[in-house]
Ligand binder design. Structure first.
Ligand SMILES: Cc1cc2nc3c(=O)[nH]c(=O)nc-3n(C[C@H](O)[C@H](O)[C@H](O)COP(=O)(O)OP(=O)(O)OC[C@H]3O[C@@H](n4cnc5c(N)ncnc54)[C@H](O)[C@@H]3O)c2cc1C
Length: 283
């Protein structure tokens, strides 16, 4: 794949269209629980040429146009971007995809981590059941999730682990949890560690586990791409939408204010042109 675009908002679709116009293959990726909020806008009055359009109409029209131009679409949260020589490997939920360039078009939504979570990541805390589930054969684990995605991941983990406690970080249907899972009706407040393992401290108690799996609809920027430079939660870019990582570009709300559709579309267009130039130069 020439261009992997992370995000199905105005920046992502615009980037994919220009990439296709430049003869590149392009895929646009976003999770099932889309964190883009434009579809909730009832009326947009400042997008040129399309007065009084709703957010969902505009997004549908971007998507239809991009797909008609041959853009591929993929559903899944991108958990990690790993530079691999002249290419990048993307971990999309439990799939891996290889691409030549990456365009970050992830909007401004960032997850709020639990205190202590980042410190324990890789030391008992994981965001990927497929990658790390096997380390917890017959062990005691916790699954914390904001959505139904946690139910699917718990179903996979239930086949491996000995005990599984499930915490809903936001309300969602838990009826399809595997029968061996135990729902804990407490509110997680922090992640920590004691002599016996990693801990979940809730509004009521502290529970100890061998491992903790956490599932949300977005990723913190520094965990998505290790060496990516950020400033106040945004990704600094130059006028060509280049980030500090060669081959990685960014567009739209994730590069900072103004948070506007026209700006996102323009930056998506520039990012695609820059990605095309990068591919021409680097092969
Ligand atoms: C209610 C409302 C009304 C608005 N009205 C206007 C208006 O009238 N005019 C105007 O100009 N602007 C308006 N805006 C702002 C506008 O919606 C944003 O500026 C615009 O959507 C930004 O586009 P984007 O592509 O950068 O990001 P977004 O539209 O936020 O899209 C981000 C995408 O990235 C995906 N994503 C995030 N993390 C990952 C990941 N790790 N892996 C895969 N996918 C990921 C998300 O799921 C989403 O698909 C409004 C916003 C809201 C919420």
């Amino acid at each position: 794949m020439d261009v992997a675009v992370i995000g199905k908002g105005p920046a992502g679709w615009s980037c994919a269209m220009t990439a296709r116009m430049r003869g590149l293959s392009a895929v646009v990726i976003a999770p099932r629980n889309d964190t883009g909020l434009l579809h909730t806008a009832e009326r947009i009055d400042n997008y040129p040429g399309l007065p009084h359009i709703s957010g969902s109409e505009l997004l549908d029209s971007f998507r239809d146009q991009a797909l008609a131009m041959g853009t591929e679409e993929k559903t899944g949260l991108v958990r990690q971007i790993m530079p691999n020589g002249s290419h990048f490997m993307l971990l999309i939920e439990n799939d891996v995809m290889e691409c030549k360039t990456v365009v970050l078009a992830m909007g401004a939504a960032r997850p709020t981590l639990l205190p202590g979570e980042e410190e324990q990541l890789g030391h008992g805390v994981s965001y990927c059941a497929t990658c790390d589930g096997m380390f917890y054969r017959d062990k005691r684990i916790a699954v914390l999730s904001t959505s139904m995605q946690g139910i699917e991941e718990a179903a996979f983990l239930a086949k491996v682990v000995g005990e599984l406690d499930y915490y809903a970080l936001k309300p969602h249907n838990t009826e399809e949890l595997p029968s061996m899972a135990h729902i804990v009706h407490e509110k997680p407040k922090a992640i920590g560690r004691d002599d016996a393992g990693v801990t979940v401290t809730t509004d009521q108690a502290t529970h100890c586990y061998d491992g903790i799996f956490i599932f949300r609809a977005a990723m913190p920027l520094n965990m998505l791409l290790q060496d990516l430079k950020t400033e106040g939660g945004h990704i600094p870019v130059d006028r060509e939408m280049k980030t500090n990582v060669p081959g990685v570009f960014a567009a739209g709300d994730c590069t900072g204010r103004p948070l506007q559709i026209a700006k996102a579309v323009g930056e998506g267009n520039i990012a695609a042109i820059s990605a095309a130039e990068y591919i021409t130069k680097h092969g």
